[in-house]
Design a protein around this ligand. Sequence first.
Ligand SMILES: [Zn+2]
Length: 316
Amino acid sequence: METISHRNVDERRKRVRRLKKLIVAVVIVTLLLLTVCCLLLFFKIEKLESRVDTIVAKKNNIEEFTSEEKVASSIVYSADTKTKEQWEGKDSEKLTKEEELDKTIKEKKVYLTFDDGPGQYTDELLDVLAEYDIKATFFVIGKSDEHSIKMYKRIVKEGHTLAMHSYTHKYDKIYESVKMFDEDFNKLSDLLYEATGERPKYYRFPGGSSNTVSNLPMTNFISYLNKKGITYFDWNVINGDATGKKLSSEQMINSVMSGIRQHDTSIVLMHDMVSKNTTVKSLPALIEKLQKEDYVILPITKYTKAIQHVKAESVK
Ligand SMILES: [Zn+2]
């Protein structure tokens, strides 16, 4: 009798254990399924969001077409055998996502610019930008070593704007005469063309267009760039990494945030140099703060408002 009841108890225990195992298995499978579903939904949302952005940008582009542009483009259509649709298709294909945004968005635009590279931190800067899928602008100087050539290439390949900041960055040399400026300009332009296959279209004067260190009046060099069809960019916001003081990441970010609140278009001056590791370290937090406050971070394109201390059109 006793053995039978023992057997019964044993069997019941086994059944309970089996049931427990089953419940645990069901819970684990359910959790796994839920996780997979969440991940799938997340990717789907990401994809849809980027599609919505493109559609909105395209729609705004079409609305922005002025009647004058329409007249101009209709002349192009009639001169060409392609249909209007084909032209528009071709035209919209040519613009990158960033160019479309730069063309359509009118406020809260921030352009992160890095001067004086390539250097020790260029790779790290590019890694951070890639991580956040942000495009920036690099105003580079001339360096022909293997690492620098690799950096010029990487900047272009990853969709950033590669722009010029003089070959030597030596004020007394480049600003000595227009001839010297021209030599320096061509040397850098050729170097970057050889490295990347593209001629840069934008320039930043060492010291800015309003510097007081130049031997000749800066109007000489502005006139030179105007004739070449090169747009130069100064800045209206700084992170303070070239002020000579050792600033913390937080101070740099505060400097940028208080600057950008005063402009619709903010061109932020930063540096890509050996001594500027705080700039790299502060970048993730800066990007996150900007994105949280709905600022649009863009690389300089042909649609960017030229921020110039001395206006190009004021010089013949
Ligand atoms: Zn510089």
